[in-house]
Design a protein around this ligand. Structure first.
Ligand code: SF4
Ligand code: SF4
Length: 377
């Protein structure tokens, strides 16, 4: 039985099993069908299925088997799905394509489980991108990973959880941070150029050739390696060139600025595909921090289920309300119990405006936070 409120449709489904056939995979299939994935004309379309493979050591990222129902629906309609990812800005287990693919396979995202190949959409080292126009407060164009921009359709499977900078991570963050190039990620996090940490630099000169504008060099032979801020265009590509981690990001942007910029990048990814984009959020293991860490903390609230929509802003708004409707769990990072109707992520990250993603998205005309919740059996 469906229960209706008002706004853009967001479908939700709980975790209780109606019977032996009511698996979590069957629930994801029902949600996907409800948002139009069964009848969408997939034939011959290249479909980017964006999820998050998790940093090595993290265990809260989406279960690989949750991808399969989405892949199966796309294939049943004649589409060609692939698991789409992009390089991280920081060095770690996902900062270049070989490491990223190995991490994906270690975490169970091989084609034998998901039914689709993994494709790192911004290339070997995070350089492949296309500029997409937007009319934002911070950006007039954003740098989207080529493989995602060139795909014909997009399906985004996101784990909904807290986030230390943007308040929460869901569909908007998976678009804005997850689908863009390294240069875009750097632009979101800082307006200051990278610099070389003299103590760590072994003066191997590897980064010199890596920089396409010749911004990295030595002012005197055998002197310290420096980056010329006048020449540097902030692409961030040198960050992965240094094998000893001597090139550092100068984190300079405030959290509100990062959040607004991320929303504008999400808009740039979504806008060209808005009639061919589908979003599913997973509301289990709702932890305080991002899956980009090599660990995860205890969940803040009980597992809720799954939610889906064609509007990523409405979907995240509904998920935020679902989390806040829960009482906090004992044993989580929150020292005192937090009752229903109070912000859980706001208690963990008291300096952040937890709804900033939603308000900025609405301000620039990207989706709507007004949703109609439809509860599926
Ligand atoms: S950020 Fe890009 S332009 Fe700047 S020094 Fe590094 S590689 Fe060169
Ligand atoms: S690659 Fe790293 S260690 Fe080598 S010169 Fe550049 S900053 Fe120094």
């Amino acid at each position: 039985m469906a229960k209706k409120t008002s706004g853009v449709p967001v479908y939700t489904i709980g975790l209780r099993a109606k019977g032996p056939a009511d698996s979590h995979l069957a629930k994801i299939t029902r949600l996907a069908e409800a948002i139009g994935m069964k009848t969408f004309p997939w034939a011959d379309k290249l479909v980017a299925v964006k999820t998050h493979f998790g940093e090595r050591g993290n265990a809260a990222f989406p279960k690989p088997i949750y991808v399969r129902p989405l892949v199966d629906l796309i294939k049943a309609g004649g589409g060609k799905p692939f698991l789409a990812e992009t390089a991280t800005l920081y060095t770690g287990s996902r900062s270049n394509a070989p490491d990223h693919i190995e991490t994906a396979f270690r975490h169970g995202f091989g084609p034998e489980v998901t039914g689709a190949p993994v494709f790192i959409c911004d290339g070997l080292t995070g350089r492949d991108h296309q500029m997409v126009p937007v009319k934002g407060k911070h950006h007039r164009e954003v740098s989207v990973a080529s493989g995602i921009h060139e795909a014909d359709a997009l399906v985004v499977l996101s784990h909904f959880k807290g986030h230390e900078v943007t308040g929460f991570g869901g569909a908007i963050k998976n678009l804005g941070m997850g689908c863009c190039s390294r240069a875009a990620k750097l632009a979101m996090h800082t307006s200051i150029r990278p610099s070389v940490l003299e103590k760590k630099c072994v003066r191997c000169r590897r980064c010199f050739d890596w920089c396409s504008v010749g911004a990295i060099g030595q002012k005197v032979p055998d002197g310290p390696v420096t980056i010329d801020p006048k020449k540097c265009r902030g692409c961030g590509e040198c960050l992965v060139s240094c094998r000893v981690g001597a090139i550092r990001i100068n984190w300079s942007e405030d959290t509100r600025g990062v959040t607004e910029k991320m929303v504008e990048h999400a808009w740039g990814v979504w806008q060209p595909k808005r009639k061919a984009a589908f979003f599913v959020n997973i509301l289990t293991d709702i932890v305080p921090l991002c899956d980009c860490y090599g660990f995860n903390d205890a969940p803040l609230v009980p597992d809720i289920g799954f939610a889906a929509s064609t509007d990523p802003v409405a979907l995240d708004a509904a998920c935020l309300d679902l989390v806040d409707a829960q009482a906090s769990l004992p044993g989580c990072v929150l020292k005192k119990p937090v009752p229903p109707a109070r912000s859980k992520f706001g208690q963990v990250h008291p300096d952040l405006d937890i709804r900033a993603q939603l308000t900025h998205a609405e301000a620039i005309g990207f989706g709507t936070a007004r949703y109609e919740r439809i509860i599926l059996d």
